[in-house]
Design a protein around this ligand. Structure first.
Ligand SMILES: [Zn+2]
Length: 311
C-alpha cells in the first residue's frame, strides 16, 4: 500500500488493485483527524494505521465509512474510541455481514468445486479472524457537514447506487472527492443494492463537483474522466442486458455474450455477471435491495473466465 499526499493535510492510502478487497482509504489530517474507510481485515488495517502514523500526531478521532462492504469497514475496531460515521442504511447492513463465514470460505482451497476453490484462492491474502463488526453510531441521512479546524468536509448521500447506504466525501476547497465504491477505476465494478439510475446519477454528481482529484474505492487516482468512463460502462451494460433480456436469454448467458469492448482491459471483466444480473432484476421490477446470491454470482464469474480461456 502506498501513502500519498493529495492536498494540504489530505492523504490517501492506495492498495494496488489485485482483485477482491484491495480498496483505498483517506486521511484528513486536521481537527483531530478523520479517516475515510478502513480495510478488509485487521492485519491490513494495522498496516494502514502504520502508514497514517507517519503523518498524524495521534490516531484519528473520526472514521467515515462510505458503505457497508467489509473491505471498507472491517478494520473499524482498531480505531479505538473514534466516532464512526456512516449512512443509516450502511449501519443497518453492516451488522448482517459475517466475517467468520468468509474465513471458512477462505479455507476451502481444496474444495472439489472448482469455483469454490478459485474463490478461496482469491481470499488467500486476507485473514478475517478477530473482526468485531463496529458499525457507525453517528448516522447520516441526506448529508452531514463537518468543519475540521477550517477544512470544510461534506458527507453526501448518493445511494442507493452501488449499495443502499453510499456516502461520498467532498472537500470543496481542496477540490477532492473520496467516492467509495460508487467509483471503481480501471477495474470492473460490482453493484449490490441499488439501481442503475441512481448509480449513474451519483457518477454525474461527482463529475458536477468538478474535482481535481478523485479517490476511487478501488483502482488508481483519477480526475472527472473516471466517473465519466464508468457511467459509459454502466450505460453500455444496461442497454446490452436489455437486448438479451428482451430476447429471453438467461442473465449468465447474456453476460457471456456481451462484448466487453473497451472495458476488456479493466481488471476482472467477469464481474459483468453481477451487473447483468442486477439489470435483469431491475427489468423484472424487483426492488433495489433484493438480496444478491453472491456465491452464485462468483460461480458465474468462474464459468465466464473458463469460457474465455482464463484460469
Ligand atoms: Zn470495495
Amino acid at each position: 500500500m502506498e501513502l500519498r499526499e493529495i492536498g494540504r493535510d489530505v492523504y490517501t492510502c492506495l492498495q494496488e488493485d489485485r482483485g477482491l478487497g484491495t480498496s483505498n482509504s483517506g486521511l484528513l489530517n486536521r481537527g483531530g483527524g478523520l479517516v475515510v474507510d478502513t480495510f478488509w481485515d485487521l492485519p491490513h488495517t494495522r498496516d494502514l494505521i502504520a502508514q497514517y502514523a507517519r503523518v498524524w500526531n495521534a490516531p484519528a478521532r473520526r472514521v467515515v465509512n462510505t458503505h457497508h462492504n467489509g473491505d471498507h469497514c472491517w478494520g473499524n475496531q482498531l480505531f479505538t474510541g473514534a466516532e464512526i460515521i456512516g449512512h443509516r442504511r450502511c449501519a443497518e447492513a453492516m451488522l448482517k455481514e459475517q466475517p467468520t463465514l468468509l474465513q471458512i470460505l477462505r479455507g476451502a482451497a481444496d474444495s472439489a468445486d472448482p469455483a469454490m476453490a478459485a474463490f478461496a484462492r482469491a481470499l488467500a491474502s486476507w485473514d478475517f479472524t478477530g473482526i468485531e463488526l463496529t458499525p457507525p453510531t453517528t448516522l447520516v441521512d441526506d448529508r452531514l457537514d463537518l468543519d475540521l479546524d477550517g477544512m470544510r468536509v461534506e458527507l453526501l448521500y448518493v445511494g442507493p447506487a452501488h449499495t443502499a447506504g453510499d456516502l461520498i466525501v467532498h472537500l470543496p476547497a481542496e477540490r477532492i472527492v473520496f467516492t467509495g465504491d460508487v467509483l471503481f477505476r480501471l477495474c470492473t465494478p460490482i453493484g449490490w443494492e441499488g439501481t442503475y439510475e441512481r448509480w449513474i446519477a451519483a457518477l454525474d454528481r461527482i463529475a458536477a463537483l468538478q474535482p481535481a482529484v478523485v479517490v476511487p474505492g478501488h483502482g488508481p487516482l483519477c480526475g472527472v474522466e473516471g466517473p465519466r468512463e464508468m457511467k459509459a460502462y454502466l450505460t453500455y451494460v444496461r442497454s446490452e442486458s436489455r437486448r438479451f433480456f428482451d430476447a429471453g436469454l438467461p442473465a449468465l448467458e447474456a453476460a457471456k455474450r456481451i462484448d466487453p469492448g473497451p472495458y476488456a482491459n479493466w481488471t476482472e471483466p467477469e464481474r459483468i455477471v453481477f451487473n447483468v444480473d442486477r439489470a435483469y432484476r431491475e427489468f423484472r421490477g424487483e426492488p433495489f435491495d433484493t438480496p444478491v446470491d453472491a456465491m452464485a454470482m462468483f460461480a458465474g464469474m468462474f464459468e465466464l473466465r473458463q469460457a474465455r480461456g482464463g484460469a
